[in-house]
Write a protein that binds this ligand. Structure first.
Ligand code: GMT
Length: 378
């Protein structure tokens, strides 16, 4: 198949899923064309089946808001026509689904009928999409897609709850490439971070409000009182500065390292003992799955799709959003006993294996075939 993938090229969850999916499809013999405004963060190697087309938005003094969606739609028309694509797969509804709809309409005037699959990732529904600013367009473009997938049952339910959707939504969970995300021998790094063999607690995110990074700091402060440990904060975003400030206020900054955005996050996860994700909302929690694949148990909130990933008392614990007291108690319970920690670590990896790329990739390939067959009948 010749597949066009539209996504955000950033470190964020939806961009990572789209890029890893495209790479895996290319490995499986499909020709994959990424269409986005800059090279996706994880598209960092050469493959004969992978192509990247940059969307450039021309500037004009009249534009206070340069129309990216129009530039993307035009680029889609160009790439679909020139490369003779079979299908477009857009990740994150805003503005990719509506740009794809526009491109589809334009392509029809050339006699080209290309199906569009939209994958909903989370905040495009739960946060941004629900906002009246975008809701009518999001509803319309989901209904106009030839196929719609959601990364968890919870996100599917939320979409039906908040939008007037007539289309069937298929749940295809996120996945992990266990050849990349697995325990790496990084003892020298562990020694540098935790010279006295302290436990290493980790959080990775885009440091947006929804991630509740200050809860991470407060939970860690409580852990520190019971178990000698260090905290690694990986990623960057608007909440980072407040989280750093909180560490100073609590007097724990000597035990916390803010590492910023990191490419080889699997290496840092490999030295970690516990992952904390106290998010306000989380459609799936890909970062938690990445941690589990590196044998790191997880303390998460019970928001959104997290109960579909984290198994209570087995791969870690889930508690109510904001209940830092219980989250800390559960973290200490896991960290204070070596044998118990090892058991949680093994269970985390066992659970991650259920989301192995090799199991999820066929779900996408079969779904594409289904959508293409349906389009032929029309
Ligand atoms: O985590 C983020 O805020 C980024 C966001 C995105 O769309 O890029 O992540 C969402 O998509 C990920 C991949 O499907 C999910 O694993 C995350 O749970 C989801 N984030 C939220 O729902 C907040």
């Amino acid at each position: 198949m010749k597949i066009g993938i539209v996504c955000y090229p950033t470190f964020g969850g939806s961009g990572v899923v789209a890029t890893e999916l495209g790479k895996a499809l290319a490995d499986n013999g499909h020709q994959v064309h990424f269409i986005t405004y800059s090279q996706p963060a994880r598209l960092d190697f050469f493959s004969e089946n992978l192509f990247y087309h940059e969307v450039t938005v021309s500037q004009y003094p009249l534009f206070d808001y340069p129309p990216y969606e129009l530039a993307l739609a035009s680029k889609l028309v160009d790439v679909v026509r020139f490369e003779k694509l079979d299908l477009l797969h857009v990740h994150y509804a805003i503005p990719h689904a509506s740009a794809a709809f526009m491109a589809k309409q334009i392509l029809a005037t050339y006699g080209i009928h290309i199906p569009v699959v939209t994958t909903l990732h989370g905040t495009d529904i739960t946060l941004v999409g629900k906002d009246p600013t975008y809701k009518p367009v999001v509803t319309f473009s989901i209904n106009q897609s030839d196929g719609v997938t959601a990364v968890s049952q919870n996100l599917k339910d939320d979409t039906y709850k908040h939008f007037d959707i007539q289309n069937e939504i298929r749940v295809i969970p996120n996945f992990i490439d266990l050849t990349r995300f697995s325990l790496k021998a990084k003892d020298h790094f562990k020694k540098a971070i935790a010279p006295n063999n302290e436990r290493i607690v980790i959080h990775t995110s885009n440091f947006r409000k929804v991630k509740r990074t200050q809860d991470v700091i407060r939970i860690f402060e409580k852990i520190l009182k019971a178990v000698p440990s260090k905290l690694l904060m990986v990623g960057d975003g608007p909440e980072r500065v407040y989280s750093e400030q909180l560490c100073r206020t609590l007097g724990i900054n000597d035990n916390v390292r803010f590492l910023g955005k990191q490419d080889a996050v699997e290496e840092i996860l490999s030295v970690s003992d516990l992952f904390i994700m106290p998010s306000e909302s989380e459609s799936f929690g890909l970062a938690a799955l990445e941690a589990m694949a590196c044998k790191v148990p997880v303390i998460t909130s019970n928001a959104g799709g997290l109960p579909e990933l984290n198994v209570q008392g087995v791969t870690g614990f889930m508690d109510e959003v904001g209940d830092i007291e219980t989250m800390a108690e559960h973290a200490i319970y896991i960290l204070e006993d070596e044998m118990r920690l090892i058991k949680f670590k093994n269970s985390a990896l066992d659970r991650a294996k259920q989301f192995d790329l090799s199991l999820i990739l066929p779900l996408y390939e079969n779904y594409y075939k289904e959508v293409l067959d349906r389009a032929l009948v029309k």
